[in-house]
Design a protein around this ligand. Sequence first.
Ligand SMILES: Cc1cc2nc3c(=O)[nH]c(=O)nc-3n(C[C@H](O)[C@H](O)[C@H](O)COP(=O)(O)O)c2cc1C
Length: 330
Amino acid sequence: MAGNILNTELCSMLGIEYPIMQAGMGYLARSDLAAAVSEAGGLGVIGAASLTPEILREEIGKVKERTENPFAVDILFARMPSGDDSRINEYSDEVNDFIEICFEEDVPVIASGLGNPAQIVPRAHETGKKVIALVGNVKNALRVEAGGVDLIVAQGHDAGGHTGRIGTMSLVPSVIDAVKVPVAAAGGIVDGRGLAAAMMLGAVGVWCGTRFVTTKQAHSHDNYKDKICEINEEGTIVTRAFTGKTCRVIPNEFTDSWIGREDEIEPFPLQGIKVGQDVALSARRDGNTNLGSMPASQGSSMITSVKDAGDVVREMVAQAHEVLARYIRA
Ligand SMILES: Cc1cc2nc3c(=O)[nH]c(=O)nc-3n(C[C@H](O)[C@H](O)[C@H](O)COP(=O)(O)O)c2cc1C
């Protein structure tokens, strides 16, 4: 009976074997990681943020070479920066470039990590694609549902990276109660216990970020991966210092330097422009953990080693089966 319990609505919707999605993460979620996760039966996701359109196209090509299974591209659906009021309802030029590439390359699933992907939904559905949207509260869940998305990822405060104010345990069932589309859970989920718990809350699957940062296939410096393995559940803070939006990261000299100067932080996306890509990416790219942004989950406490991404999927599945079978027997 426990054999098929992980074969949820998410699996049939996306054509995947297990209800595990690897989060689209800027800079580090590239073809190596996405292909490994999709090949293991989950949904691998390329994070478009910080890539150029040309590199995104190459990365999509590399995933297609390595797996025939479905995969996704995650785009931060930012609109034109304020100042250009005539185009305020349009996506930014970069976002439009990423969208065109996804359609030209026939990417089967498009995920929206930020903003509302409603404008692309009709075209996606006409061409047989699914659209996923991340949200941090019920208000935004209703907004993206009205925009026609196929799946909502409810991402709780525990999550690494940009994060809202509501914890995963409260957010996921609140969103499920409010919408009709299927809901997956994100934030603090790093193993099979988290997957099983998400399913008990009514989620059709999980979307995991930090656990996949600490894999061999993540395009990221070892110093950053090691930091995640070292910290406990108190080892992260939420700061606006890197992007202007609240972001859960491992603190360092850079975040300390903004303590007491919070009123000087610009709103998103201007703070990110002020800080510059070199600062933001230096931990991921160069291993400079004093300076760079190190997004990480409260669930990092349960991550103690860097693993193969396929093994992460397989271990999560095995542990979830074991945990769920215990309750089925009871
Ligand atoms: C290093 C890192 C980078 C991230 N970058 C993005 C991004 O570019 N787009 C996005 O939708 N979410 C991004 N996120 C958030 C993830 O999509 C996901 O919601 C989050 O990691 C889930 O929480 P967890 O880290 O506890 O698993 C990022 C998260 C991390 C840890």
